[in-house]
Write a protein that binds this ligand. Structure first.
Ligand SMILES: Nc1nc2c(ncn2[C@@H]2O[C@H](COP(=O)(O)OP(=O)(O)OP(=O)(O)O)[C@@H](O)[C@H]2O)c(=O)[nH]1
Ligand SMILES: [Mg+2]
Length: 305
């Protein structure tokens, strides 16, 4: 038997909010470890997902979208995203085919240029299902004129087009070395955090305008029951009294439907029954509390101006 050396390394997915980073991570991993919504700024912290290729372990780092930060939370998110890129062996910049080279993308390219010389950066033009192929050729040229990408891929993270090519290339870029996670592990986020994220996803899908950005979800208690089920208690922090009413909905309708959707997904993920209890708490200052940030997996100090 010949010994094929193993490879393992970190791949950071960066890009503007909504580019499809979390969708790509989930596709590569083959399971939903990072939440996805049609709204911007869904992902708040770095989330690792592990994928296995033949003799390689690819550790994908999903990051919050890069945008011009205004609030403390925004700054902490953007810092987490660039931190993810700094730690990676390979960086994949994702852009949306139909939006092209936006001002936001240009700003990211500027920062990438300033930090150039570190790890290779590939371009992944995502959502190719939304455009004609002529658009892609012009966009590829413009992007490569603006930055020396190691490679360009045209993909649909949602449908899977081009994702195998991207993965095969990523394997070629990884350093040789032992696997860094057990081969059956797909995420390294604590289960209580994954559970809180699932609830936050359902809230984000259900609520409108600014509200999803002004709430956070924490798992307070996790109890294994003798019958094999789990009892999970979560707190939804909102900043204003009025928001509590909206999250609860008429007769508690909204929070009930959120709770049901999150519970079903959790049960599927865990493969057993779950009793999920949600409580809404008004906490006017939660966006300025360091404990909330550590619960989200963010560094509070990164939010300092
Ligand atoms: N048409 C199309 N939609 C896609 C594709 N990939 C992702 N999307 C959609 O784009 C939206 C955003 O996807 P996400 O994966 O949450 O994007 P993200 O980059 O993680 O966003 P943030 O976490 O906010 O930074 C979702 O509605 C996805 O379903 C694709 O290949 N084609
Ligand atoms: Mg995301």
């Amino acid at each position: 038997m010949t010994d094929v050396p193993t490879k393992a390394g970190f791949i950071a997915l960066i890009g503007e909010p909504n580019a499809g980073k979390s969708t790509l991570l989930n596709r590569m991993v083959g399971a939903k470890v990072s939440i996805v919504t049609h709204k911007v700024q869904t992902t708040r912290a770095r989330i690792r997902g592990v994928a296995m290729a033949e003799n390689a372990q690819l550790i994908f780092i999903d990051t919050p979208g890069l945008f011009k930060p205004r609030r403390r939370l925004d700054r902490a998110m953007v810092a987490a995203a660039w931190g993810g890129a700094a730690d990676a062996d390979v960086v994949v910049l994702m852009i949306e085919a139909h939006r092209g080279m936006t001002d936001g993308v240009k700003a990211i390219l500027e920062t990438l240029t300033d930090r150039a010389g570190t790890s290779p950066v590939a371009l992944a033009i995502n959502k190719i299902d939304r455009v004609k192929s002529e658009v892609l050729l012009a966009l590829t040229k413009d992007m490569n004129d603006a930055f020396p990408f190691a490679e360009t891929f045209m993909i649909s993270a949602e449908r899977g087009h081009g994702c195998d090519n991207l993965r095969d290339w990523l394997v070629t870029q990884l350093p040789e070395g032992p696997y860094l996670y057990p081969e059956d592990q797909i995420a390294d986020l604590p289960m209580r955090m994954i559970a809180a994220e699932m609830t936050r996803e359902k809230l984000t899908l259900r609520l409108h305008q600014e509200l999803p950005y002004e709430l956070t979800v924490e798992t307070e208690n996790w109890e294994e029951r003798p019958d094999g089920s789990a009892r999970i208690d979560q707190l939804i922090y909102v900043a204003r009294d009025g928001h509590k009413g909206i999250v609860l909905g008429k007769g508690g309708e909204t929070v009930k439907s959120v709770s049901k959707a999150a519970r079903l997904e959790l049960e599927e993920f865990l493969g057993r029954r779950v009793h999920l209890f949600l409580q809404v708490k008004v906490r006017p200052n939660w966006l300025e509390e360091s404990e909330r940030y550590s619960e989200m997996g963010l560094d509070f100090k990164d939010g300092n101006t």
